[in-house]
Ligand binder design. Structure first.
Ligand code: SF4
Length: 235
């Protein structure tokens, strides 16, 4: 039986984080799309999705940065919303003091996670955007099913503290995700986002599928790829 990965909060003193890139842009893939956002992209990932647009996070050497150095970079954008992404950010123990520090400074904090890590150590004041992998990603069966219970508890404690995203490669992925939503998320208060892999599933086709089923999900297009179509990183 596959064992769920669990995030750990235990951290050695002076632990550094492995950072892929830091940048200021617009949030592009959640209900907060369009808002100014500072991104902390941590290096490393435990999955290898076949459409991955951030493979440099695990193929290239990371920058080692202290918590203080990262916070100093964020501080150049006062009161900004901050998203911690990857790669898979929850693989790094240093992610948790980073989240705590950003929340303590009053930032709205988003964490994008690939669903394979149990998110019970993430404080409810932060918003987790959980990306549940569909079969077309090549990373199917990576979802930590324990997260279904964790999501329910988080939403009771802190409404809007979870958003659930499915990235769809084709109509088979749509059917898989639709069935997942109906089976596991029918009574879930989280926003549910369906996002097409743009060169595989035309948005118009996905729109039609959602409308035909009257499925209570939100069609999500990657905003930054429309604004900056030639940029592969830093947006
Ligand atoms: S989880 Fe994200 S970063 Fe990791 S391989 Fe999949 S798409 Fe790439």
């Amino acid at each position: 039986m596959r064992q769920n990965l669990r995030a750990s909060r235990i951290m050695e003193p002076m632990t550094e984080l492995q950072v892929s890139e830091l940048f200021y842009s617009l949030q592009g893939e959640s209900t907060r799309a369009g808002l100014p956002c500072f991104f902390i992209r941590l290096a490393g990932c435990n999955l290898r999705c076949n459409y991955c647009d951030a493979s440099y996070t695990y193929e290239e050497a990371a920058h080692m940065m202290t918590l203080e150095e990262i916070l100093a970079a964020v501080a150049q954008h006062p009161d900004v919303m901050v998203e911690i992404t990857g790669g898979e950010p929850l693989l790094q123990k240093g992610c948790f003091p980073l989240i705590d520090s950003l929340l303590a400074q009053g930032h709205q904090v988003l964490i994008e996670s690939n669903g394979s890590i149990v998110i019970d150590q993430v404080p409810p004041a932060a918003v987790v955007i959980l990306d549940i992998k569909c079969p077309g990603s090549g990373s199917a069966d990576s979802f930590a099913e324990q997260n279904l219970e964790v999501i329910r508890k988080r939403l009771l404690e802190q409404p809007h503290s979870v958003e659930i995203k499915f990235v769809l490669s084709d109509s088979n992925d749509y059917i898989w995700a639709r069935n997942f939503v109906r089976r596991h998320l029918a009574d879930c208060a989280a926003a549910i986002l369906f996002s097409p892999v743009i060169d595989r599933l035309p948005p118009r086709e996905l729109a039609r599928l959602i409308m035909d089923d009257h499925l209570p999900v939100r069609l999500q297009l990657q905003l930054h790829t429309q604004i900056w179509p030639d940029a592969s990183r830093g947006v």
